[in-house]
Design a protein around this ligand. Structure first.
Ligand SMILES: [Zn+2]
Length: 232
């Protein structure tokens, strides 16, 4: 299959993801690398989309854990001091338990990969750990936002070439139209591109098949329609 036939720039290698030849200029412009090898413009866009999905998931999870930790910790601290103030020591004890609960919750849901000593300390100083986790989680959220911004920029700067590649792929490989099903929605084209990508090594593995099904579901494409699209 020809890649960008209009492009006569020297070819410097192949895309690390789909194996299509890429030019020096495309290699230079590749924001993402896989094992230090550049990607073609289309794969940059696909990779950026995957980055957005994974960073968004991580971000949502981090926000959830951070908010729950904060609520537990704050209610613990408030109860603790309220108990002291009104000499209702049941509340004080409950406050301590809540603060420790906050730390344990953070420890279980936001491990900081710092080794078992830190985590053991975390158990002893659970409320403190909750505070540290709070900080780490919000840094993580900010990192996710950066990752998403970066991916969006990649999509913006490569999307023209991506659409061009997809259009030529569908045009070249789509057989003569039957029942007017020769037009594809943007999502269907995305599915076809992903399928072709997986097929580029000759076959669809079980793992790839599972991912494709998941992807189709996410795009709102029925299994019947997906099978149809794969024949394109
Ligand atoms: Zn590629």
């Amino acid at each position: 299959m020809a890649s960008n036939t209009h492009n006569s720039a020297p070819v410097s290698g192949v895309c690390a993801m789909c194996g299509r030849p890429i030019t020096n200029e495309e290699a230079r412009r590749s924001e993402y690398q896989i094992e230090k090898r550049p990607l073609c413009p289309s794969c940059n866009v696909q990779y950026a989309n995957k980055k957005i999905t994974s960073a968004s998931e991580l971000k949502n999870e981090s926000v959830k854990v951070a908010v729950i930790t904060l609520i537990l910790l704050l209610s613990g601290v408030i109860l603790y001091f309220a108990g002291l103030l009104y000499e209702e020591y049941g509340k004080t004890i409950l406050g301590i338990l809540l603060a420790y609960g906050a730390g344990l919750y953070a420890l279980m849901n936001a491990p900081i990969d710092a080794g078992c000593i830190v985590e053991t300390l975390g158990l002893l100083l659970a409320p403190l750990y909750a505070l540290i986790a709070e900080f780490i989680l919000w840094v993580k959220v900010s990192d996710c936002n950066d990752e998403i911004e970066r991916a969006k920029k990649v999509i913006d700067s490569h999307v023209g070439e991506y659409n061009e590649a997809v259009a030529s792929m569908v045009k070249v490989e789509a057989p003569a139209a039957e029942n007017g099903s020769d037009t594809f929605s943007k999502k269907e084209v995305d599915y076809i591109v992903m399928y072709k990508d997986y097929l580029s090594d000759g076959e669809i593995s079980e793992k790839e098949r599972a991912r494709l099904s998941k992807y189709a579901e996410a795009l709102g494409i029925s299994p019947e329609r997906a099978a149809e699209l794969e024949k394109q």
